[in-house]
Design a protein around this ligand. Structure first.
Ligand code: NAG
Ligand code: NAG
Ligand code: NAG
Ligand code: NAG
Ligand code: NAG
Ligand code: NAG
Length: 276
């Protein structure tokens, strides 16, 4: 029972348009989705204290982000939480995103706190934040997951295998084998070599290389359902994968190269679905 509103797809589209126009220095992170997990039958015995614990935890996470951490997991009063910023975003962007997320997750999932189920997740382009009243640190969690895709089909000429699959698997290998940040974003020439595809993969860093790989492998079981899309994402609590035909990340190593062409305008009807 998650939320699927057309208005939100529209909102996403609007945000995507706004951010690609104003692009730099936009302080509001780009919202993707959120989920509040309800456990209505359990009434929190000390909801006031839990509420305070959650507030304290979220404040602490926000502080950690302002101290230039791009990932942090912490617990307080039996509530466990973490944030993760996308591997390429600046310290300032990370701080702003996490700060905003801690407020938004409270207001969007407030009912959740009152009902005694203290488990929620919110995803932005720039960061994600989650908390739960059970200790999930180190566990591969792939639910709830969200699929997003561009309604446009792949342009002809690029076989999906050499496009998306090739690109993504190379990144997955690099992220778990060579990068302790469990993050990789890069471009790959596909088709006849003149077309570029861009991918980004990342795990929360409470995982290790082995469990991160496990998380990616699980998400990739959905690849065939997405392979004909020119762009798509799979977001899960422990890991995420994104693939596009334009550059959507910012890497230091590319700083000296000429700026990328403006992003493809989002196709009508960016679609999304939260799976249970
Ligand atoms: C919250 O409720 C959902 C469904 O009602 C349940 O699956 C989930 O385990 C609960 N959250 C926690 C942290 O137990
Ligand atoms: C929970 O905390 C928030 C923020 O501190 C506050 O606005 C809200 O009233 C609190 N709710 C309860 C039930 O204590
Ligand atoms: C971001 O913070 C980290 C950790 O403090 C630091 O190593 C890095 O240089 C900072 N990056 C920038 C661009 O200031
Ligand atoms: C990775 O984490 C899992 C789960 O916490 C643990 O069982 C496993 O031993 C860890 N692997 C390594 C290589 O540390
Ligand atoms: C994409 O391809 C599918 C199957 O090949 C087709 O049914 C659908 O109409 C196409 N969508 C667009 C937007 O071209
Ligand atoms: C963060 O998670 C790790 C497991 O990945 C755990 O060992 C560590 O204690 C956690 N840190 C805090 C502050 O809870």
């Amino acid at each position: 029972m998650f939320f699927l509103h057309n208005s939100r797809a529209f909102l996403f589209l609007l945000l995507a348009v706004c951010t690609s126009i104003s692009s730099i220095n936009s302080l509001l992170p780009t919202y993707n989705d959120h989920s509040c997990l309800n456990r209505p039958n359990q009434i929190a015995i000390s909801s006031y204290i839990s509420n305070q614990s959650l507030a304290t935890l979220l404040d602490s996470l926000s502080t950690k982000a302002s101290q230039s951490n791009s990932f942090y997991n912490d617990s307080n009063g039996g509530i466990y939480g973490l944030f993760l910023c996308r591997g390429d975003v600046s310290n300032d962007t990370c701080r702003d995103c996490v700060n905003y997320a801690t407020k938004e997750i409270r207001s969007r999932c407030e009912f959740n706190v009152l009902a005694g189920n203290r488990s929620a997740i919110i995803w932005y382009d720039e960061c994600m934040l989650r908390y739960s009243d059970s200790n999930f640190f180190g566990e591969v969690q792939t639910e709830p997951k969200e699929f997003m895709w561009n309604a446009e089909n792949t342009t002809s000429g690029v076989d999906p295998y050499y496009g998306a699959k090739h690109t993504i698997y190379a990144l997955l290998d690099a992220a778990v084998e060579t990068d302790h940040m469990l993050f990789k974003a890069d471009k790959k020439a596909v088709g006849d070599g003149t077309q570029l595809r861009y991918g980004l993969v990342q795990c929360t860093r409470d995982l290790n290389a082995t469990t991160c790989r496990k998380c990616f492998n699980y998400l990739m079981t959905y690849f065939e359902q997405l392979q004909n899309r020119i762009g798509w994402r799979i977001l899960a609590p422990s890991c995420s994968i994104r693939y596009e035909n334009y550059r959507f990340f910012d890497l230091q190593s590319e700083a000296t190269q000429p700026p990328p062409p403006p992003p493809t305008p989002p196709a009508p009807g960016v679609s999304r679905a939260l799976s249970p």
